[in-house]
Structure formats: structure tokens, C-alpha cells
Design a binder for this molecule. Structure first.
Ligand code: NAD
Length: 315
């Protein structure tokens, strides 16, 4: 039976990945220290093919039995989390990635690193394609996350080139769906919480900065497609439909049927002005492209999450 290790499997993206891998008939070993994830994200899983290890991957990791794939997603991922856990974020990108590459090497498994569009930093190329090396501020508040991921990418390529490990790297762009945390500071969960509470939606700057938002089911299909391909170089996975933050706020108000207004607040430091993936490589190599439009994905997120999760009375 195909066996997959998923680090960060109790988090937002990781728990959806566990669901899709189990639906494919695979065995899943989920490893998570519950820093930003939660048991609630995996409590619906009753399959005997699923096991959970509570473990901090910055410490040595032991996995029993054969492993075919290591999906390495564990890392604080939202600006609020990496501001709270700056040293841990650097350590999980470095030490955690060393440990999981070691597991992949020992088990002769295919390794997938969950990297991020943040490796591009302030995008001077738009849309961002994988050949763009980025423009990152290493000492700004986002540096701990961006540089941890850049280091993890370098480490992954070194393990591939020098140690012969079968590796892949996905650069994930903004993703949304059920199981996001209401207070994690990212735009969609924040807007949804505010809309459901009939509070004003807080848009940073004048709201003209752009983002592209990928529904989590589309992303996870891309992660599995990449892991099961033979590709070693980075591949962007994200939805190229680009929206201003103001358009996003209005879409959330419409999808939730809210009567909230919109207010404007100062832009955070190093907040990129534009963010949009070029997904030509994903289309060409994986035959992947997103299928869920923003309005449909927002409605599904509201339906699947339930009000208490979205307003943050349950995290
Ligand atoms: P998340 O915070 O919901 O999930 C991360 C998981 O990793 C959590 O369950 C957390 O408890 C776990 N974790 C953190 N440190 C750990 C450690 N030392 N040992 C074991 N487990 C640990 O975040 P997410 O949005 O699901 O992100 C998952 C991955 O995808 C991250 O690597 C993130 O950088 C990447 N990513 C996500 C997005 C997005 O829009 N969600 C965008 C770009 C990249």
C-alpha cells in the first residue's frame, strides 16, 4: 500500500491533503506538534489507514515501516504566527527540513517541500514565474519566514543533487478554504469573521494591492500531482485570477450576505503590492489548473466551516 508521511497534517492545508490521500486509498502518517494546527482538523478521520504522531520535527523524527512519499508542510505560515514564533520558524525551515529530507533519504521516498510565493518577496516581475529569483528583505518582519523557505529550497536541491534524493518543490500562492483559523490574520478568514459578525471589513492601504486566491481542493490536487510527477525544479501552484483587496472584501460581503461596511487601515511593512502566479509550468508538466472560482470557493468555505469556526468561538 502506498504510504505518505504528511508533516503539518493537522494544519489547514495539511488536513485537506490527508483527506485527499486517504480518498486515493493511501496510508497516511500525520506528524504535527499542534503549534498552529489542531486535532479538530483531523478528528473527522476514522480510517484505519490514518495515524497521528504528535512530534516537533525540529527534533529527530522516527517513522516506522516503508514510506513512498514525504509531504513536508510543517511551518508557521501566517504573518501573525511567524511574528509570534520567529526563531521556531527559522528552525523548522532549517532543522525540520533537514530531518524530513533525512527520512526521505533513508526510506528512499519522494520528497515534496511546501515552499511559498513569499520566496519572491517584493515582486519586481509580474506575474511571478519560477525563473524569477526574488527580491526579499532578509531583516524585515517577514524575513524569518521568507528566508526559512528559501533556505529549505536550497537544502532540498542540495539533497537532490548531492545525495540523490528524489525531491520536488511547490511554491504555494494564497490559498483558502475550510479549517482556516478565524484569527490567523490572513485576509480571507479575517474578512469572513468580520462579515459574519456584521463588523466593518478592515482593508489595508487603499485596497488596490492585488492577490490571487486558490481554493484548497485545487491546491491539494496540485500538490499530489507534483509529488507523483518526476519534476525536481520548483513549480508554482496558485490561482492566476487576480483581485484587488477591495474586490475581495466586496466578494466576501456578497458571498456571506453581510451588511458590513469597509474601513481602511495603514499597510503593514513589506506587504507586497501585487501577487499573481504564472502557472505555465504547472499546466505543462502536471496538466494542472484551478477549477474553483472565488465566489464558489467562498460560499463552500462558509458552508463547510460553520459560523462558530468562522467567527472564532471554536479555533
Ligand atoms: P497551518 O499553520 O494551518 O499549518 C502548519 C502546520 O504545521 C500546523 O498544523 C502546525 O502545528 C505544524 N507545525 C508547525 N511547526 C511544526 C513543527 N516544528 N513540528 C511539527 N509540526 C509543526 O498553515 P497552512 O496554511 O496549512 O500551511 C501549510 C504549509 O503550506 C506551510 O509550509 C506554509 O508555509 C505553506 N503555504 C501555505 C499557504 C497558504 O495560503 N495557506 C501559502 C503559501 C505556503
Amino acid at each position: 500500500m502506498t504510504t505518505c508521511v504528511v508533516t503539518g497534517g493537522a494544519g489547514f492545508v495539511g488536513s485537506h491533503l490527508c483527506d485527499q490521500l486517504l480518498a486515493k486509498g493511501y496510508r497516511v502518517i500525520c506528524i504535527d506538534n499542534l503549534d498552529t494546527g489542531s486535532l479538530q482538523n483531523i478528528e473527522h478521520i476514522t480510517s484505519d489507514d490514518f495515524s497521528f504522531q504528535i512530534h516537533d520535527i525540529t527534533e529527530e523524527v522516527e517513522v516506522e515501516g516503508d514510506v513512498d512519499f514525504v509531504y513536508h508542510l510543517a511551518s508557521p505560515a501566517s504573518p501573525i504566527d511567524y511574528a509570534r514564533l520567529p526563531l521556531h520558524t527559522l528552525k523548522v525551515g532549517a532543522q525540520g527540513t533537514w530531518h524530513m529530507l533525512g527520512v526521505a533519504k533513508f526510506k528512499r521516498a519522494r520528497f515534496l517541500l511546501a515552499s511559498t510565493s513569499e520566496v519572491y518577496g517584493d515582486p519586481q516581475v509580474h506575474p511571478q514565474e519560477e525563473s524569477y529569483w526574488g527580491h526579499v528583505n532578509p531583516i524585515g518582519p517577514r524575513g524569518v519566514y521568507d528566508e526559512a523557505k528559501r533556505y529549505a529550497e536550497a537544502l532540498t536541491m542540495a539533497y537532490h543533487r548531492q545525495q540523490g534524493v528524489d525531491t520536488s518543490i511547490v511554491r504555494i500562492f494564497n490559498t483558502y478554504g475550510s479549517r482556516m483559523r478565524a484569527h490567523d490574520g490572513r485576509a480571507i478568514p479575517t474578512f469572513l469573521r468580520q462579515a459574519l459578525l456584521s463588523q466593518p471589513l478592515t482593508v489595508f492601504g487603499d485596497g488596490s494591492q492585488t492577490r490571487s486566491f486558490c481554493f484548497v481542493d485545487d491546491l491539494v490536487r496540485g500538490l499530489i500531482g507534483l509529488a507523483e510527477s518526476g519534476e525536481h525544479m520548483p513549480v508554482n501552484i496558485g490561482n492566476p485570477d487576480e483581485y484587488t483587496l477591495l474586490q475581495l472584501a466586496n466578494s466576501v460581503i456578497e458571498a456571506s450576505g453581510s451588511d458590513s461596511s469597509i474601513v481602511f487601515e495603514p499597510l503593514p511593512t513589506d506587504d507586497p503590492q501585487v501577487r499573481q502566479p504564472n502557472i505555465d509550468r504547472a499546466k505543462e508538466i502536471l496538466g494542472w489548473e484551478p477549477t474553483v472560482a472565488l465566489n464558489d470557493g467562498l460560499k463552500e468555505t462558509i458552508e463547510l466551516s460553520g459560523r462558530s469556526r468562522l467567527i472564532g468561538t471554536i479555533e
